[in-house]
Design a protein around this ligand. Structure first.
Ligand code: NAD
Ligand code: GLY
Length: 361
């Protein structure tokens, strides 16, 4: 199945399939028949998918680099390692670099492609659920800085996103649940049909039912593609809606020093906080309160480290890079499937939410 991200001359296809791993070389070869190719994965994926990559290499003859695995390596140093590799292997402006992995590999390699010779083609092969439904689509690339996450980067749309749900078979359960948070998120911003789909098929997707999961991924990708097409660089406010639950999530991650919590796990809490705050701030219509309550029951709960008092966590929200004009922006639920950005939520209500949802002092 194919979904197009419509961005004029920078439009690109997202291929979504199940168990057709052998078909990648033909697809890439058709798109880039004459190009020199480099493929970058991390050491974990190089080990897990060594035989598959060896098969692909026979057909595509790419240069291969494995970078270290982990968010702590999402740095300028690792970015430099990739750029250095591309230079040494003699890639040119017509070349293509393939990012094979989760959001970390995708973000680093996408950023390397954006800067190498002022920008070469990049193909994303997302192998985590998070990367499939979110990070591989939309062209946000970058690395972390000691002062914060994703502070250095560029918008650089891929030329192709090629995903196969077979990769999820080897994904650890904890990573699956964290990625599922980003799929669940689309229930709040992707329209009534996605809201109902998640409500109805949540249990099946969590149990790994392949048909339900594939449909959940397809719907998520279609929603993200449409949002990116309408607000590529996050200026009109439409793309900002994809940050549902993220103002809270980022504060939780920072309060925990990014240790012992995955981004998606923080988003699970963030979504519950956003719903609670939406009820307090009055963005959720009275008639919809019950449906939200039922959906919230389904949000998976992840174990989380000890958090500071509510007012400290509130303070942590003001260091988010998405903050502007000194004001917090919350994406809050409105009618089922829709959310709104609210800039003037009272501190008292945010503290009440943090105390109620997170059990904080
Ligand atoms: P990740 O890339 O660190 O992958 C998680 C773990 O799973 C890693 O250890 C990885 O080696 C392993 N893994 C990957 N695929 C596997 C597979 N098929 N089988 C077994 N193990 C596998 O984490 P992630 O959750 O994919 O991505 C998180 C990153 O994405 C963060 O850096 C975040 O900032 C970024 N992100 C970017 C965007 C964007 O729009 N660019 C959006 C959301 C998140
Ligand atoms: N992950 C949010 C975005 O791509 O805008």
């Amino acid at each position: 199945m194919q979904i197009i991200v419509h961005l004029g001359p920078r439009s690109y296809p997202i291929i979504l399939q199940n168990n057709a791993l052998g078909s990648f070389p033909a697809r890439l070869g058709k798109l880039f028949p004459e190009s020199k190719i480099a493929l970058v994965a991390n050491t974990t994926l190089a080990r897990l998918y060594g035989p598959l990559l060896a098969l692909w290499k026979k057909e595509l003859r790419f240069d291969f680099l494995a970078i270290p695995d982990g968010e702590k390596y999402k740095t300028v140093d690792t970015w430099n390692l990739v750029v250095d590799f591309l230079l040494r292997k003699g890639l040119d402006r017509k070349s293509v670099v393939v990012a094979f992995g989760g959001g970390v590999v995708g973000d680093i390699v996408g950023f390397a492609a954006s800067a190498f010779l002022r920008g070469i083609a990049c193909v994303q092969i997302p192998t985590t659920l998070l990367a499939m439904v979110d990070s591989s689509v939309g062209g946000k690339t970058g690395v972390n800085h000691p002062l914060g996450k994703n502070l250095i980067g560029a918008f650089h749309q891929p030329s192709l996103v090629w995903m196969d749900s077979a990769f999820l078979k080897t994904l650890p359960r904890r990573e699956f649940v964290a990625g599922y948070a980003e799929l669940f998120k689309y229930a709040f911003v992707g329209g009534r049909s996605m809201f109902d789909f998640v409500n109805t098929h949540h249990d099946r997707m969590m149990a790994g039912d392949h048909t339900a999961l594939l449909e959940g991924i397809r719907r998520s990708v279609a929603i993200k593609a449409a949002v990116v097409a309408s607000d590529e660089k996050e200026v009109s406010g439409k793309r900002a809606l994809l940050n549902f639950g993220h103002t809270f999530a980022h504060a939780i991650e920072r309060a925990l020093g990014f240790k012992g919590v995955l981004h998606g796990e923080a988003v699970l809490f963030g979504m519950r906080c956003a719903c609670d705050l939406g009820m307090r701030a009055g963005t959720v219509p009275d008639a919809s309160r019950k449906v939200y309550a039922a959906l919230l029951e389904k949000v998976p709960r992840a174990p989380i480290g000890a958090l500071p008092d509510a007012h400290v966590l509130y303070g942590a929200m003001f260091t988010d890079k998405k903050i502007s004009g000194g004001k917090l922006h919350f994406v809050l639920p409105a009618k089922p499937g829709e959310s709104v950005v609210v800039n003037d939520v009272a501190e008292k209500q945010v503290l009440e939410t943090l105390r109620a949802v997170m059990n904080l002092k």
